[in-house]
Design a protein around this ligand. Structure first.
Ligand SMILES: *Cc1c(COP(=O)(O)O)cnc(C)c1O
Length: 360
């Protein structure tokens, strides 16, 4: 068996030890005689799996007691509609910060449910930075302020938490969730799909402050009403049971690595290997403003785009896959989530050097 270095933006690479444990437990989960995917979500076995996943997440992230943790379906794209449905709370508008492709999608969807005020945008500069907080034109009557904490396609990440005063801050953290410590108190709501840093696709994690739920628009589907789901321990409908199980194994793995502080240190080290190399060459480049560069997704281009195909082919031959950039921006993108070992990043940089010597 050969495992490749998988730089996919998502669904993405998972810790090998997690996959091995899942394989070991596939046919018989801890003497139950069943696979996790065959269990009733209301049986005691799965209830214990669900409770452990939630308690590990709460412990790792330090989620305060007055926040609910929900395991839902629909993905972050689903949340683009579900968030305004739940969070407008009688208000007419919401503020959105536009930092790239994913913010744009959130804005477009929210417009179906409310007036959207784009309080700041980095579009004019080509989405290569996070607009400074001083430039944001926030509305004090907005229902919430929405940000995308890590633009997975553009490779732009917030390395600071915006202060939005009394107006709740809402963050799409799909692609940097659990990659570093977060002060949950600074947010009204955090959401993210699992398939970047947490597990297989299928579960959407929502962390929301108690006082913000219970005022969903009447049109909100019951399965997407945070209050109904909170009152039912995320089991108003059948939750994505197997994905929740894998997420729990991943949380255990993060804990064994030393928790989120250790995760961040590891992620900083990995990203530095790649960004430091990009600083030394003009054969490749990354357009993102230095202080806003993502630790999770590193887009880079070859100055000579006619070499793109040869670069990807050579990478594949060396066991490095999924490096092709998103179709909207082209070039390359190395996604280096929690589970990407530093050896993968070092192998990529070695290959970039070799390729430059061969073609520069
Ligand atoms: C991947 C991603 C999404 C989309 O998630 P789906 O599971 O496809 O709904 C949304 N936002 C961000 C920041 C992402 O990285």
């Amino acid at each position: 068996m050969t495992r490749v270095f998988n730089f996919s933006a998502g669904p993405a690479t998972l810790p090998e030890s997690v996959l091995r444990q899942a394989a070991d437990e596939m046919l018989d989960w801890r003497g139950s005689g069943m696979s996790v995917m065959e269990m009733s979500h209301r049986g005691k076995e799965f209830i214990s799996i669900h409770a452990e996943a939630e308690s590990l997440l709460r412990e790792l992230l330090g989620v305060p007691a007055d926040y609910k943790v929900l395991f839902l379906q629909g993905g972050a794209i689903g949340e683009n509609a579900i968030v305004p449905m739940n969070m407008l709370r009688g208000r007419a508008s919401a503020d959105y910060i536009d930092t790239g492709e994913w913010s744009k999608k959130s804005i477009k969807e929210a417009k179906k449910y409310c007036k959207v005020n784009v309080a700041a945008s980095s579009e004019a500069g080509g989405y290569v930075s996070v607009p400074r907080r001083e430039t944001w034109k926030l509305d004090p009557d907005a229902a919430y302020v929405h940000i995308c904490s890590n633009e997975t396609i553009g490779g732009v990440e917030y390395h600071w938490t915006p202060d939005t005063g009394e107006v709740p801050l809402v963050a799409d953290m799909s692609s940097n969730f659990m990659s570093r410590p977060v002060d949950v108190r600074r947010y009204g709501l955090i959401y993210g799909g699992a398939q970047k840093n947490v597990g297989p696709a299928g579960v959407t994690i929502v962390i929301v402050r108690d006082d913000l739920i219970g005022q969903a628009l009447p049109i909100t589907p019951s399965a997407f009403d945070y209050k109904i789901q909170a009152d039912n321990d995320s089991m108003f409908n059948t939750p994505p049971t197997y994905t929740i199980y894998i997420a729990g194994l991943v949380f255990n793995w993060i804990k064994a690595q030393g928790g989120l502080e250790a995760m961040e240190a590891h992620n900083r080290k990995k990203a530095a290997v790649l960004y430091d190399h990009l600083e030394t060459t003009s054969f490749f480049y990354n357009p993102v403003t230095r202080e806003d560069r993502s630790l999770m997704n590193v887009p880079f281009k070859l100055r000579d785009e006619s070499l793109d195909e040869a670069f990807l082919k050579g990478a594949q031959a060396r066991g490095m896959v999924q490096l092709k950039g998103h179709r909207s921006v082209g070039g390359m993108r190395a996604s280096i989530y929690n589970a990407m070992p530093i050896e993968g990043v070092m192998a990529l940089v070695e290959y970039m050097k070799e390729f430059e010597v061969g073609h520069g």
